[in-house]
Design a binder for this molecule. Sequence first.
Ligand SMILES: [Zn+2]
Length: 262
Amino acid sequence: MVTGLDPVSLLHDDDPAPVRVFGASGASPFVLVSDHAGRAVPRALGDMGVSPADWERHIAWDIGMAGVGRALAERLDTILIEQVYSRLVIDCNRAPGHPNSVPEVSDGTVVSANLAIAEADRRAREDAILHPYQARIRVELEARAATGQPTALIALHSFTPHMAGVDRPWHAGVLHHRDPGLGRALRAFLLADGVPVVGDNEPYVLSDASDYTVPLHAETRGLPYVELEIRQDLVGDDAGQAEWADRLARLLPAALERYHAA
Ligand SMILES: [Zn+2]
C-alpha cells in the first residue's frame, strides 16, 4: 500500500503526462473529450493489486474509445482531449472526493491499492491526474468562448456488453440531463442510420452525482453536449472503431444542425 505521497510526488519523470491532446481547435464546433481513454498507472502505484487479466477488462478503461476518439477528431478536423490514466487510479468523470472516484471494488474486482485510501493519497491523485485534465478542457472552452467560437462538447465513453450477469441490449446510448436536445437529435440520427438499439439515458442516466465532465463544463456554460456510450464489442478492433468514427463524423454535424433549428 502506498501512503503519505504528497501531490508533487505522485507522478515522476518516467510517468506519462495525464492529458493527451490530438488535433487542434479550428472551425469545427465540436470539442471531443475522453475521460476513460487510457489505462496508465503511476509507477509509484505498481499494479495496484490488480491482475494482468483484470487490467484488460472494462474496469480499467473505456475499451475502444482511444481509437474511436482519435479517428473521429481526424474526420471532424477538431480537438480531442484524452485522459491518459486508468479510472482505477482515479475516475475523471467523478467529482473530487466522490465515493466511487477511487473504487475499492469494480465489477467484482478488488483494487487493493484503493482500499481505505488515505485522504492525502486521494488528493495526490486528484491533483496529479484529475485536475490537470479538467483544467485542460476548461482552457480550451474558455479560449473558444473568448473568440466567440460556438462549441458543442462531446464526451466519449464505452460500456461493457455484460454487467453483473446481465446482457445489455443497447448498441449505443445517449446520456443527457438539463439539455437533452443534442443527445436526442443524435439518437434519432443513429436509429435512422441503422443502429438497432440506442439507449436514451441508458445504460446510464447522466446526473450531477454520477458524472462530472459534462455537468462541470457543458451544463454550467449552457453548451450543447452529448455524453455518448458505445458498446465495447462494437469498437473492439480497428474496423469497428473506424466504422463508428465514420458514422459519428456524419451524424454529429447533422444532429447539431437539428439542435440549432429546434
Ligand atoms: Zn467512460
